[in-house]
Design a protein around this ligand. Structure first.
Ligand code: FEO
Ligand code: CA
Ligand code: CA
Length: 633
């Protein structure tokens, strides 16, 4: 879900679907574009002096931007659909019904909508079998319901809740491709009404108790599941992001306290509107239900009977993803972003070490540990790619000014209201932290800061890792823990890329850093993934208007970067109206799974089936090379 503000079209709006040659001819259109020739030349050499064509990691040709309703890939690559929204998970299950759109019961046994983050879990004894856990973030009412509008009944709401959550599926390699296994006993839906256990320090707290759950220990459902994490002990982490949008109030005059406001409670539910038909989401009737969402949920994909667990020790906010690392002494580290303008980046460190010999011994590891928030210094204000230092501040009751005087009675409240605690310690307000990933090669951590049109307004100063006022393009932040220890309190940071449009805006700040070129320019970096060789894959969820500030960028896309040279090439362009989000690799690195979310969000797409007047369907795509080689090499 992209929250970019509407942009005003400019004179360059006509520059639609430009090829590289198109940029040249468009250069005659206006004075601004006359800078372009020089831009092309200067940007053929990257910031650190590495030639744009020299990367040993990137073995494919960067492709042009596109506005087609299809998946575009470099020569020699092909794609197939692994699974799409509405596909029945079991034989005999209800088929996807593009006209009546099916029932809530049907959706509970079908692949969910709007697939997002995903992880692949290989079977230890068979390299040709794997399970995939795949988030289903939200749904599109224009396609979910025959009436195409807001829910009009309890059945409508239950259907929306059923379309969200997580789908666990088995996949098998057959011939030279991977396929969904419809009959697998591992196939499972976890959705907006699935029983889930609350655990960790906030479990049982008064703020988590409701009439339906007087112990504050068992909640119905996970929804708005954005991105993900994969633990070294073989479990899946699904992250609850825009949960606040699911709540509203039957009392239009209801007032909210500071914590509720900070978490976005409003009487009029934005666009989702469950509360008129499901009292659980009515803040006037069930205010504490609001506190039971916004957590990281742990799932064991290999046990279809297991009850998912909300891990409160990791804090409550709009979780984007969860990136796992380890301290030097073997404790688990979880890096997490809170995707809202001006919110924070967090780190959790477990109290105990990971038991690498006995995976099941780690089942409660994420219940005990310490939550930190990041504070960045102002850095060197370098005009291209600034750098500086930062530190992690502990969010513990009784430390760093977090105590009753600030409204925190105990540690449970620090976790339930992590945003407020982080503000007490003066954490750095970021440009919407999205995905975080850790390099398998050198342990550097990368985080997409997708955009922030409000940067520069009150309380969000320009500078440090958020260097641009009214930041419509976003940037990718990188940091390295001191002593190469993810347990260290301090780190060095720099900006890996500052996205921009070097054709429309020849110079910084809106032209982007030197590794943005007319050939790879993009906006709103979001999904991230590393492959085993250390290539950094970048997915976008941005303005795909292809006009104004975004002229020439085309549809949302996926790029691939060499973290050492800084070079970035465009690898894939998605269909009309989609965002590209979710990434996994087969164990042999020869198949890349990519999520295409909400194609045709505003109409104009029939992806992927391209039937006449067909319904577009969010899908997981399997990408491979025609010669069977390693992806990206
Ligand atoms: Fe679900 Fe912040 O993206
Ligand atoms: Ca986004
Ligand atoms: Ca995202």
């Amino acid at each position: 879900m992209n929250l970019l503000d509407e942009q005003q079209p400019t004179d360059l709006e006509q520059i639609v679907g430009l090829s590289r040659r198109g940029f040249i001819s468009a250069g005659a259109l206006c004075g601004a574009a006359l800078f372009m020739g020089g831009n092309l030349l200067s940007r053929s050499v990257l910031a650190d002096g590495v030639s744009a064509a020299s990367s040993p990691l990137l073995g494919f040709e960067s492709i042009d931007a596109a506005i087609r309703d299809t998946l575009t890939l470099p020569p020699g690559y092909r794609a197939s659909v692994l699974i799409s929204w509405g596909q029945p998970l079991h034989t005999g299950g209800p088929a996807f019904d593009p006209s009546a759109k099916g029932s809530a019961d049907a959706q509970e046994v079908q692949f969910g909508d709007n697939n997002d983050g995903m992880s692949l879990f290989a079977f230890p004894d068979d390299p040709n079998r794997a399970l995939m856990a795949i988030n289903n973030e939200y749904t599109n009412y224009r396609y979910l319901y025959p009436h195409g509008g807001l829910p009009t009944s309890a059945e409508d709401v239950r259907k929306a809740q059923a379309s969200e959550g997580v789908s666990v599926i088995e996949v098998q390699r057959k011939g030279d491709g991977w396929q969904f296994v419809q009959d697998s006993p591992f196939n499972r839906r976890i959705h907006g009404n699935t029983p889930i256990r609350l655990s960790g320090p906030a479990q049982g707290h008064a703020l988590l108790r409701t009439q339906a759950d007087i112990n504050g220990s068992r909640v119905l459902g996970t929804f708005q599941n954005c991105a993900n994490g994969k633990t070294p002990w073989g479990t899946y982490l699904t992250c609850e992001e825009n949960f606040t949008d699911c709540f509203g109030s039957s009392d239009p005059k209801q007032t909210f306290n500071a914590a509720q406001k900070r978490y976005g409670a409003v009487a009029a539910s934005k666009d989702i509107s469950w509360h008129p038909h499901d009292p659980r989401f009515d803040l006037a009737l069930n205010p504490n239900e609001f506190n039971r969402h916004g957590w990281v949920v742990e799932i064991d994909p290999f046990d279809p009977q297991s009850v998912p667990v909300k891990r409160t020790a990791l804090g409550r906010f709009k979780h984007e993803n969860a990136a796992l690392a380890q301290t030097r002494d073997g404790r688990a580290v979880v890096y997490m972003g809170d995707d809202e303008r001006g919110e924070f980046i967090y780190k959790f460190i477990s109290r105990d070490r990971i038991d690498t010999q006995h995976p099941k011994a780690n089942r409660d590891l994420l219940d005990y540990g310490t939550l930190y928030v990041a504070r960045f210094d102002a850095g060197d204000n370098h005009p291209d790619r600034p750098k500086g230092q930062g530190q992690w501040i502990e969010l513990r009751h009784g430390k760093n000014g977090i105590d009753a005087s600030q409204g925190f009675a105990n540690q449970a409240e620090v976790l339930i209201h992590a945003r407020l605690a982080a503000s007490v310690v003066n954490a750095t307000r970021m440009d919407r932290p999205e995905w975080i990933v850790v390099s398998p090669k050198d342990g550097q951590v990368y985080c997409t800061l997708t955009n922030n049109a409000k940067r520069g307004e009150g309380g969000q100063p320009v500078g440090g890792p958020n260097p641009r006022e009214k930041n419509v393009y976003g940037q990718i932040l990188r940091w390295k823990a001191h002593n190469d220890d993810h347990g260290a309190d301090r780190f060095d940071w720099d900006l890996f890329v500052v996205a921009g449009n070097p054709v429309v805006h020849a110079k910084q700040p809106k032209g982007g850093s030197a590794n943005m070129t007319p050939h790879n320019m993009f906006n709103s970096p979001d999904g991230l993934g590393f492959d085993d060789a250390g290539r950094l894959w970048i997915q976008t969820d941005g303005d795909d208007s292809n006009s104004g500030d975004f002229a020439g960028m085309g549809n949302n896309q996926m790029l691939c970067a060499d973290p050492n040279s800084g070079e970035i090439r465009r690898f894939m362009v998605g269909p009309v109206g989609c965002e590209v989000t979710g990434i996994s690799f087969s164990p042999d690195q020869k198949t890349l799974f990519v999520g295409i979310q909400h194609p045709g969000e505003k109409g104009g797409s029939t992806f992927p089936e391209h039937l006449p007047n067909g319904t577009p369907r969010s899908s997981v795509m399997a990408i491979s090379r025609e010669d069977g080689g390693i992806i990206g090499a």
